[in-house]
Structure formats: structure tokens, C-alpha cells
Design a protein around this ligand. Sequence first.
Ligand code: FAD
Length: 284
Amino acid sequence: MSANTPPRLSVPVSLEFFPPKTDEQRDTLEKALPTLKALQPDYVSVTFGAGGSTLSYTPDTVCHLREQHGLDAAPHLSCMGGTRAEIRSLLQLYRDKGCRRIVALRGDLPSGMASYGDFRYASDLVGFIRAETGDYFHVEVAGYPEIHPQSDDAQADLANFKRKVDAGADGVITQYFYNPDAYFRFVDDARRLGVQVPIVPGIMPITNYSQLRRFSELCGAEIPRWVARRLQSFGDDAEAIREFGIDVVSGLCRRLIEGGAPALHFYTLNRARATVAIVERLRG
Ligand code: FAD
């Protein structure tokens, strides 16, 4: 380690990006990458648009990050609307590019798309990946400490989660949350059911309240009332929102690490500032 390299956290960090589609988005990601790379992420992952809407952008971005930036980039692969043949050829493409890790998801049915395709649930996709490629890929799946938004039965959701891990997952990345107890309870419940794989909390930095509220409504993440009230009170003061967000999220991360979280997975939204500030705060 050189004198200028900041110390690493006590747990590994991974970073999630979405695949840029426009020159402007590509530019934003390119500008963020040097600072994010300095965090020495264990790996980075690239999301996959619902119903294949980023069919070429995801592999292109994965290849770019691997080849031009030397990052261990892993694709997300969602099966909703996809056929076995499409998934098979993506698996082959990622093998050819040297990827050893995949984040396997069901995805959501985009409006206007009538058919689920060849797979109904993420557990079907995980089973297919194992049947097609054996142990070649390290497969991550999604977990929901605050319950999947389409599930009206928390126990059934947990049983479905276990079924997905049993189909052959090596690890879990959770949906974001701001209540650490939801994560600790989820891990305890999963362990009680016999799930042994690492469960890594997904961390969403807070930078923009209206965007966060929109995302949270869609994915079922709860913004604690006191956090929402404080964010509302800042109005358009972006700097105050940013400072408060760094405080809240670095406090959350500290509690997660102290409570035994094996790593942190940051939803960067292709921007560096908030994620880097949180990690620096944790190091300080
Ligand atoms: P599943 O595990 O299949 O679960 C979906 C629902 O079906 C749950 O309610 C579950 O309880 C239920 N269920 C599962 N199995 C059964 C069964 N056998 N019988 C009855 N019910 C069942 N979306 C994207 O489109 N692209 C991405 O790149 C992406 N990345 C993500 C990364 C992470 C870390 C997370 C947490 C989410 C991501 N998502 C992504 C969102 C995800 O696709 C949605 O949350 C989706 O609604 C569920 O996907 P899943 O893989 O968790 O589905």
C-alpha cells in the first residue's frame, strides 16, 4: 500500500452501477469512476433493465468496466420476459468475457409486456444457471429485510427466499433499508431456516429526497418518519440533504459492520460523491 492509499474498511465494499445509455450518462459514470476505484471495491455490478430493456447496454458496460478500467465487473441478469435461449447466450457471452460472478434476479414485468417468458421466479433462473454452467459462476441473489413489496405473507416470502438460495445461490445482496434491525432480523430468520450463505446489506446513499421517496415506494423500502421529516425540512438545500444523508447512512453502515455484516454493497447511481463520503466517514 502506498503512503497515499487510504486504509481499507474492515469489510469489503462492492459498488453497483446502471448501464449508461446516452453520451451524457456515459460521461457521468466515467467522471465518477476514478474516485470510486480508489475505494478498491471487491467487485462492481451492472444492473439489467426490466424485460431486457438494457439487453446490449449491460454486457457493453460490463466489458467496458472490465477491459478499460480493470474492474471485476459482474452483470445482473433478470429473467422476467426472457427465454431460455436468450439467457443461455448471455451466460455464454459472460463466460467468454471472463466474468465469474452474476447477480440473478426475476426483475419486474414492464407495463405492456404480457408474458413472463420461460422463467417465473428468480429460483428458476438460479436453477437454470446451475444446470447450464455448473459451478462456474458465483451467483448472488436478492434479499428483502423489509419483505418483497409484492408479497402479502412475510413467512411465505422468507420460504421463497430460502428456495431461491437452495436452488444454488452463493450469496445474497439485500434491498436497501434504513432500519438496521430489519437486516439483523432477516439474517437471524434466514439462519434459523438453514440459509448459510453471506447476506450483504445493500446501501443507498441519500442525496435527493423526492427521488429516494419514489424509489422507496416502488421497492418497498421504508424511510423512517424522522428521516423523512428531517429531509423535508431541508427543502431545496441540496448541501444540507447531502450532509444529513452522509450522517444517517454512515451511522447505519457502522451499526451493520459492528453487528456482523460481511460486506457493504453500495447503490451508487453512477455517482461517486455520497458513496465516497460515507466510506471516508467510516474510515475516520
Ligand atoms: P423472486 O425471488 O423471484 O421473488 C419475487 C416475488 O415472488 C417475491 O414476492 C417472492 O416471495 C415471490 N416468489 C418467489 N418464488 C415463489 C414461488 N415459488 N411461489 C410463489 N411466490 C414466489 N431488477 C431489475 O430489473 N434489474 C436489476 O438489475 C435488478 N437488480 C437488483 C439488485 C438487488 C440487489 C435487488 C435487491 C433487487 C434488484 N432488482 C433488479 C429488483 C428485482 O428484480 C425486483 O425486486 C423483483 O420484483 C424481484 O426480483 P427477485 O429476484 O427478488 O424475485
